[in-house]
Design a protein around this ligand. Structure first.
Ligand code: SF4
Length: 376
């Protein structure tokens, strides 16, 4: 069976909906089409994995949603809708900002009468540096970056950096901000947090810096946390500790997590559902069990065949994916994976883009092996 994937869940179960998102980078070398029509829903309180090789658009997807794209880039098409829950609408930060703005005689940006309802906010309509987006970013949507050493400010202490986020979004004084910073550092498993708040980033180990980043990301109890390769720079022991910690914190706070990674082992451990990306498109979306036990897209199968296995398959040779990810400036006609695909059908795969089709409930694939439907 094949039909167009429509809205996948009622809106009360969704915290973020991305629809047909196109983000381009304009450089001296030409236009790099980083995202070419990305669509997905993120259910409340779940962990969604976004996987794919470097350059497939994983991080650009998160940066587009957070409205943190560099100046050389632009969202040229598509919608990003955030469904704000009452508990976030009623947060201390939101209420205080409404109050502060009305005291200044300016129009408040919060729709007070909507308190208690789920609000639909089109993030791509907001000014990336405007007050509403600045409130949402940090308080409601937060991000942990790949390399904490370059993301933490080297001239401020860990305590200053975490308490600044708390003070900005929860409108508390410095002493209370610092007290909450110590509290969240303790929750992320940092030993002696009272001492750590006075340390600078260079005085901490890689694992401690990553915990500090997680603490900063969780400090305002965001609705959605984007974790962009949060364990890539860590050794395996620390990686296991950080993943355990994130799972515990997700259970404790009910935060929705979007886990961006190229590591399928991390996906297996952490995620409920998976979106596989290739050249700025999602080419397969399903549950984590389906991805590992019933992958459909040739690219997903190739990714799985290129990682080591333990048990009966441990003696099998790994099969690298032939070729390389194409130059993002080039425009490929047909399926973007066709130059590397072992199932390539000449005259078909190199002529048109396969549409995203539903092959079973909750399982979408973009491949002519399952449907002849073409993207318009
Ligand atoms: Fe391979 Fe064709 Fe499917 Fe693309 S559409 S993944 S080239 S079989």
């Amino acid at each position: 069976m094949s039909d167009k994937p429509g809205p996948k869940a009622p809106e009360q179960d969704i915290v973020l909906r991305v629809n047909d998102l196109h983000t381009y980078f304009y450089t001296d070398l030409g236009i790099s089409r980083a995202l070419n029509g990305v669509s997905f829903d993120i259910p409340v309180g779940k962990v969604m994995g976004v996987v794919g090789e470097s350059g497939c658009g994983k991080s650009v997807t998160a940066l587009s949603i957070m409205r943190l794209l560099p100046k050389s880039s632009k969202i040229i098409k598509g919608d990003i809708t955030y469904f704000r829950r009452p508990q976030h609408n009623g947060s201390a930060g939101a209420s205080d900002q409404i109050k502060q703005k009305s005291e200044n005689g300016q129009q408040g940006f919060w729709i007070d009468e909507n308190a208690g309802k789920v609000q639909e906010i089109r993030l791509n309509d907001l000014d990336p540096m405007g007050p509403e987006m600045r409130h949402i970013r940090g308080a409601e949507l937060a991000m942990i970056f790949q390399e904490p050493m370059t993301s933490l400010n080297p001239v401020y202490t860990i305590g200053d950096q975490i308490s600044e986020t708390i003070m900005l979004h929860q409108r508390v004084n410095k002493a209370e901000g610092l007290r909450r910073a110590i509290d969240i550092l303790e929750k992320v498993g940092m030993s002696n947090p009272k001492l750590i708040v006075g340390n600078y980033p260079h005085q901490l180990s890689g694992g401690m810096r990553q915990r500090a980043m997680i603490a900063m990301g969780l400090s305002c109890h965001p609705a959605v946390l984007f974790a962009d390769e949060p364990t890539t720079a860590l050794d395996v022991t620390t990686e296991a500790q950080i993943l355990d910690l994130m799972r515990d914190l997700q259970a404790q706070f009910g935060t929705t997590i979007v886990f961006i990674t190229h590591n399928l082992g991390v996906v297996a451990q952490m995620c409920d559902s998976v979106s596989v990306m290739y050249l700025g498109r999602i080419i397969e979306q399903t549950s984590v069990d389906e991805i590992f036990y019933n992958p459909k897209h040739p690219y997903t199968s190739a990714l799985l065949n290129s990682i080591p296995h333990i048990g009966s398959r441990s003696k099998e040779r790994l099969q690298p994916i032939r070729g390389v990810v194409p130059d993002p400036y080039s425009k490929i006609v047909g399926c973007p994976f066709h130059p590397r695909c072992n199932a390539f059908m000449p005259g078909k795969c190199d002529k048109a883009m396969p549409a995203q089709t539903v092959i079973s409930p909750g399982h979408n694939v973009r491949c002519f092996l399952y449907s002849d439907e073409v993207e318009e």
